[in-house]
Design a binder for this molecule. Structure first.
Ligand SMILES: Nc1ccn([C@@H]2O[C@H](COP(=O)(O)OP(=O)(O)OP(=O)(O)O)[C@@H](O)[C@H]2O)c(=O)n1
Ligand SMILES: C[C@](O)(CO)[C@H](O)COP(=O)(O)O
Length: 233
């Protein structure tokens, strides 16, 4: 049976967020943002180990005690200049455990609201898939193309358009080869597509948001708090 391993790129600087520290360490519902991301992955019974990929000069990570997340967590300081490079370096670190046919789930540190239900449906829906795939949500809004002056050039059809999320789950060997052949991608599926495959889209919803801008943080906090309120006392 193939095993499931998670790789969490967490070496970004959060330039679009514009905080005084990388956004993955900002406080969110009483913990650093990345704590929620890693806790969800470590708690998933299907995932055996979780590699968190930090920037080589990361001085924030040692400020907290991460042992509460348990023995699945592996910390590596091998982040690169781009997300794709950080993921590739994380995949190399995982070679101590992963075989070609094992599943690699790549999940942004900046998506702290990933739920156990979403992780389950990704792993279950792709269990027998020859390629793998990703969580994604169908585009819900009307799409406008703009000119340089921010005036509408056209209304674009949204049929068949999905917003890519993470985790993105591919066979470990295939993903390593695809990313090294095509490193200029913004997600793993892009590299797998360039290798000639058609990744499968597994439906998720907007609650698995990526914290990119300051307003996203308040939204993430509301989502996490609403889930806590759902737990019966
Ligand atoms: N060189 C990089 C760049 C990004 N990431 C990670 O990739 C994920 C998604 O990237 P993004 O949201 O773009 O994060 P940042 O690069 O931090 O943000 P920005 O583009 O606004 O600077 C984040 O968890 C981020 O830490 C990474 O590991 N290494
Ligand atoms: C992988 C991703 O989260 C899918 O939406 C995204 O591509 C991350 O990178 P970006 O810098 O926000 O494009």
């Amino acid at each position: 049976m193939p095993r499931h391993y998670a790789i969490v790129p967490a070496a970004g600087s959060g330039s679009r967020f514009g905080a005084e520290m990388p956004k993955q360490y900002l406080p969110l519902a009483g913990r650093p943002l990345i704590h929620h991301t890693l806790a969800a992955l470590c708690q998933c019974p299907l995932i055996e180990r979780v590699w968190v990929v930090l920037s080589p000069g990361d001085s924030y990570w040692p400020r907290w005690d991460w042992t509460v997340l348990g023995p699945k967590l592996e910390t590596v300081y091998c982040g690169g200049a781009t997300r794709a490079e950080s993921v590739s370096n994380g995949l190399v670190a995982a070679q101590t455990a992963a075989a070609d046919d094992d599943w690699a789930l790549v999940h942004d540190a900046a998506r702290p609201c990933i739920s156990q239900a979403m992780l389950r449906s990704l792993c279950n829906e792709l269990a027998d898939d020859p390629v793998g795939g990703l969580l994604a949500a169908p585009v819900a809004d009307t799409l406008k193309r703009a000119d340089a002056g921010q005036r509408v050039l056209a209304t674009e059809p949204r049929d068949g358009l999905w917003q890519a999320q993470t985790p993105q789950m591919f066979r470990y060997g295939l993903l390593r080869r695809a990313l090294s052949a095509c490193p200029q991608v913004t997600d793993e599926a892009g590299a797998v597509e360039a290798a000639g495959y058609q990744p499968r889209l597994v439906r998720a919803d907007a609650s698995n948001l990526k914290v990119t801008f300051p307003a996203d943080l308040a939204l993430a906090e509301a989502i996490l708090k609403s889930r806590r309120e759902e737990i019966p006392v």
